[in-house]
Design a protein around this ligand. Structure first.
Ligand SMILES: [Cu+2]
Length: 537
């Protein structure tokens, strides 16, 4: 069974349940700003009958700014990476690792990046259809969530860096930038989905006030990059198919590996009463990820790098593709606990928290094994140490909204022919074309937008994910109902019930220039669901 929009459905990605063992007892010695030191004491080495032992979650290498500058070379290139699967994965990477290195900066810093495109050249294709995958080894760079300039050689997604070329970026981070978790990934229209599903993504940490909260800075910090690496039977990235037959998909795959910092099913060791700070990024191309930690509450500090007024204590979080959540976990009694992932897709947005209206029937085929609920990380609670505290108040990021200058209705649309066959995705029925005049916004004003999931005549539960560059937004209403607590985000689900809407307010402040808003189900974006915007003086 094949579904052209969502990929081949006969997936073989049944997770291997890994055996466990008592291993390293970790003692956290603390330290503000996430610069914690950890001493390790070897535990008993027990025999493991089958399978690979869970390895302790490793952190991506951290590149930290010095004297106001972070200067990095970032190379997009084919790579062969051991993620703990039966065979190494052959895919596209940044610097031959999954995920890319973590960049750590402070407000006021400058990010200088030499982006080297060492991906293979493709045969010349002419003419190019902008609503189909194309030039998927041409690249560029987006710093998702950063409030920075979209112009010139800053966060400019209209740049095209061909295979063999290098582009120099210089991105100035404002002095008043919020501290939080952001990320980088390619954003060249036509090849975004291919490069992100390959694994090209990395975390960006901006330090800030949140790092000075005593209970937060005492907690060991873990960056947790969740990826959904899409592969064929031989653990290799498959090329997109611009004009698939009815038996083919635009983005073929036969399995998805849900990796955590580039590894399948690692573990985190904590002691009872220990508090850790997990900074979680959903870097999947399009998968929704609902996460639950057995036996433990999740104390949410921030969404999309934007700190809440107080920790939000929940038992599950739902991350759309592109979302980040930062939370504290306080380890309970000794034992093993699974972090359980419930994946959803745009066609099967089954993850909890998504349905805000009445359920509607779906015309989509049954979900494949790639959407099975599965553990993706194990927490081993062992040993002992000082009881750690949880904060009660946080330095919220909640700026006032400027007077609303304009209200706008926006629809995320799917165009089909008379036989219900897919034509393209669009915004208000119009697929992306960089040559079209952008929607213009005056600098220093605020707007209120209502984004609606327009009816898809074939897939009635077809969800999308709204994302806008440069400026985050404040969600005030869902389906016309005012929220008691508005939600600051840069990425927000547009739920799968036909006609669902999200209303938000946003300041268009500080930066002029051209950028985009689009669906963060990146296959939808490459197939047209994107619009150019321009903030003008
Ligand atoms: Cu979409």
């Amino acid at each position: 069974m094949v579904d052209r929009l969502g990929g081949r459905l006969a997936g073989q990605s049944v997770p291997v349940r890994l055996s466990r063992r008592a291993a390293l007892a970790a003692v956290v010695l603390g330290g503000c700003g996430g610069r914690s030191v950890r001493a390790q004491t070897p535990g008993p080495a027990t025999a493991v009958p089958v399978g690979r032992r869970p390895v302790e979650l490793r952190q991506p290498k951290v590149l930290t700014s010095a004297n106001g500058l972070l200067d990095v070379t970032l190379t997009g290139r084919p790579g062969v990476v051991d993620v703990g699967a039966p065979r190494p994965v052959t895919t596209y990477t940044y610097d031959n690792v999954l995920p890319g290195h973590t960049w750590e900066v402070s407000p006021g810093d400058t990010l200088r990046i030499d982006l080297v495109n060492d991906l293979p050249p493709l045969p010349h294709a002419d003419p190019v259809d902008l609503t189909r995958p194309h030039a998927w080894t041409t690249t560029n760079l987006h710093t998702h969530g950063l409030h920075v300039s979209p112009a010139g050689n800053a966060d400019n997604v209209f740049l095209s860096i061909e295979p063999g070329e290098t582009q120099w970026y210089e991105i100035a981070i404002p002095d008043d930038h919020p501290g939080g978790l952001f990320w980088y990934h390619p954003h060249r229209h036509g090849g975004v989905c291919q490069q992100v599903r390959a694994g090209m993504a990395g975390a960006i940490i901006v330090r800030g006030e949140i790092d000075e909260v005593p209970e937060v800075c005492a907690a060991k910090e873990q960056v947790v990059v969740l990826q959904a690496i899409e592969l064929g039977d031989d653990y290799q990235l498959l090329d997109p198919i611009p004009n698939p037959s009815k038996q083919e998909a635009f983005f073929p795959r036969t399995q998805i590996l849900y990796t955590v910092n580039g590894v399948l099913n690692p573990k985190i060791t904590m002691y009872p009463g220990e508090v850790q700070r997990w900074r979680i990024l959903n870097a999947a191309e399009g998968k929704f990820m609902a996460l639950r930690l057995a036996g433990h509450d999740l104390h949410v500090l921030a969404w999309d790098g934007l700190t809440l007024h107080a920790p939000d204590v929940v038992d599950e979080v739902l991350l759309s593709a592109g979302n980040r959540v930062e939370l504290l976990v306080k380890a309970g009694t000794p034992g093993s606990y699974d972090l359980v992932l419930r994946p959803g897709s745009s066609q099967h947005p089954v993850a909890p928290g998504m349905a805000h209206g009445p359920a509607t029937p779906t015309g989509a085929p049954v979900p494949s094994s790639e959407l099975l609920v599965r553990p993706i990380l194990t927490i081993e609670v062992v040993g002992s140490g000082p009881e750690m505290a949880l904060p009660t108040a946080l330095p919220a990021w909640d700026p006032p909204i400027l007077p609303i200058a304009r209200r706008r209705q926006v629809a995320y649309t799917v165009e089909r022919d008379d036989d219900d066959e897919f034509i393209d995705f669009g915004i208000d029925g119009v697929p992306f074309d960089p040559a079209r005049p952008p929607y213009r916004i005056k600098l220093g004003t605020a707007e209120e937008w209502t984004v609606t999931n327009a009816p898809d005549t074939k897939l009635l539960e077809h969800a999308h994910v709204f994302h806008i560059h440069v400026n985050p937004f404040k969600v005030t209403k869902i389906n016309g109902e005012t929220l008691d607590t508005p939600l600051w985000r840069d990425t927000f689900v547009l739920t799968g019930n036909t006609g669902d809407s999200t209303t938000f307010e946003s300041n268009f402040d500080d930066f002029t220039g051209r950028f985009v808003q689009h669906c963060h189900v990146l296959s939808h974006e490459d197939l047209g669901m994107m619009e150019a915007l321009e903030v003008v003086p």
